[in-house]
Design a protein around this ligand. Structure first.
Ligand code: ZN
Length: 499
């Protein structure tokens, strides 16, 4: 083994320590969300903070600095180049912030989550406002440490979606927003109004759970490498590619919630389960970005899971298991799960209007981080944008500006990933249909395995070796574009609503 190869092995050994800590933190975090007794939460928080401090030390140590310096300028293959870039990025992000300020910020965000919860319960923005003001100030300050080229918000976007900038997002989101608003106006005028009442009969938790597991198995979720549990908000978490957990929340008075939540999280999990074993120790053994992750979950949830072909096969099984659907035709069911209704709450939004909820948050965050608006303006601006884009207005802060927890945790720049996932997903679909023209016929016959194989070969295998923009280019030959998602929406909803 030559010197370089030896050094690479050593570096991977070092990185493994970071991966072990992350894995341990994930187990503790999963348990905290799924099964911890309420009085155990505070101590668990301390343990998690301790572990994240240990990770911080490894990421910013002088050893890490030496490794990064050693590998810079060396001729490395693709995976090793990405590994060094990833390590360097983590190093810079944490190292550039004075330690004292970093600790203050961590404390602030954990307190502000508590304040946010209280504010949301009481529907009173003023409780959360002073915390949010400080969080925004911290983010503005951190951007000064990290630096920016064109737009301050770019620096935050880069956390979640490396390579994505305000310039790119402004372009695709403006196109997307106008296309959706036009389509929504047409739908409002349409005489078609799908029935959805049958979804709200009583569906026992046991039968919902068994149906969810049945669909997960058909999707290719490997139960020997994962589990399905319950939590208030559904999520996916990986301890390694051999242990990927998802959760869902059963509502006995709504058939759709747990089912589509499970398919969504299943899409995330199938991604993580398929990541190549060889990426251990490279820091690249998880999804490429939030947006690419969302493209997989939304692909399964919406493009596949809300397609007529999917239900051509699965509705027969659903009718066998759920007498509530007696007398409801496949056509009615299909239209029911795709019913469009502008609403105030993002997580309850339909496939069409969902992106508008995201675009509103994007526009607000961008202006806030750049100092064009201030925290005190948020409830008003929130209401104005909802009225303009969706035609609905929140009656109180709880169903308006306080609905999401992201800002309380300091996660600015995260929201756009959700809408990017929609765009990427439609781009992947377009390419998949070129590679496998009879995809939807296969789906109508209950075959979802070919889909999983296509996604694995093109996307999943590679973990975070490639940046999102590189993946899109590599798989589809094109850059990010809103074109395919807009075409997909127009086609789908014109047919459903007879436009
Ligand atoms: Zn998701």
């Amino acid at each position: 083994m030559d010197n370089l190869a030896k050094k690479l092995e050593e570096f991977k050994e070092y990185n493994r320590k970071i991966e072990y800590l992350n894995s341990a933190s994930s187990v503790l975090y999963w348990d905290m969300r799924v099964g911890i007794p309420s009085k155990g939460v505070a101590y668990r928080g301390e343990v998690l903070a301790f572990l994240s401090g240990e990770t911080y030390k490894l990421q910013t140590s002088s050893t890490m600095e030496e490794y990064i310096k050693y590998f810079e300028g060396k001729n490395l293959d693709t995976i090793n180049t990405s590994m060094v870039q990833r390590a360097k990025k983590n190093y810079n992000l944490t190292k550039k912030i004075p330690e004292k300020r970093y600790i203050e910020y961590v404390e602030l965000t954990s307190n502000s989550e508590i304040a946010w919860q209280e504010a949301k319960e009481k529907s009173d923005f003023s409780i959360f406002k002073p915390y949010l003001e400080k969080i925004v100030d911290f983010n503005r300050e951190f951007i000064n440490y990290w630096g920016y080229e064109v737009n301050k918000y770019d620096t935050l976007l880069d956390f979640y979606e490396p390579g994505i900038t305000v310039e790119k997002l402004d372009k695709v989101f403006t196109e997307l927003r106008s296309a959706i608003v036009v389509l929504l106006e047409k739908i409002k005028k349409s005489s078609v109004s799908p029935r959805t009442d049958y979804f709200n009969e009583n569906f026992s938790k046991v039968s919902q759970e068994s149906f969810s597991k049945y669909i997960l198995e058909k999707m290719g979720f490997d139960f020997e490498k994962g589990r399905l549990d319950e939590s208030v908000h559904p999520f996916t978490i990986e301890f390694s590619n051999k242990d990927v957990r998802i959760t869902t929340n059963y509502h006995e008075d709504d058939f759709r919630s747990a089912l589509f939540g499970t398919i969504h999280e299943g899409g995330h999990a199938i991604y993580e389960q398929a990541i190549d074993d060889n990426l251990k120790g490279t820091l690249l053994g998880s999804g490429a970005s939030m947006g690419i992750h969302e493209s997989q979950s939304r692909f399964y949830e919406n493009i596949i899971g809300r397609s007529k072909e999917f239900w051509t096969y699965f509705y027969i099984e659903a009718q066998k298991r759920f007498p509530q659907f007696k007398g409801v035709t496949l056509e009615e069911f299909y239209k029911g799960i795709n019913h469009v209704e502008p609403s105030l709450v993002r997580i309850e939004a339909d496939e069409l209007t969902y992106s508008l909820h995201i675009i509103i948050r994007y526009e607000i965050e961008k202006a806030l981080i750049n100092g064009e608006i201030e925290v005190t303006d948020l409830p008003r601006i929130w209401g104005e944008k909802y009225k303009e884009y969706l035609g609905v207005e929140p009656k109180n802060d709880s169903e308006g500006v306080l609905q999401d927890t992201h800002w309380a945790g300091g996660s600015f720049g995260y929201f756009p990933s959700y809408a990017l996932g929609n765009l990427y997903g439609a781009q992947f679909l377009n390419k998949m249909l070129k590679d496998i023209p009879d995809s939807f016929e296969r789906i109508a016959n209950g075959d979802l395995k070919f889909l999983q194989a296509w996604l694995k070969d093109n996307i999943h295998n590679y973990g975070a070796v490639y940046k999102p923009s590189e993946i899109i280019k590599k798989v589809t030959g094109e850059e990010l574009t809103a074109k395919y998602f807009i075409e997909y929406l127009n086609k789908k909803y014109s047919e459903i609503y007879n436009i």
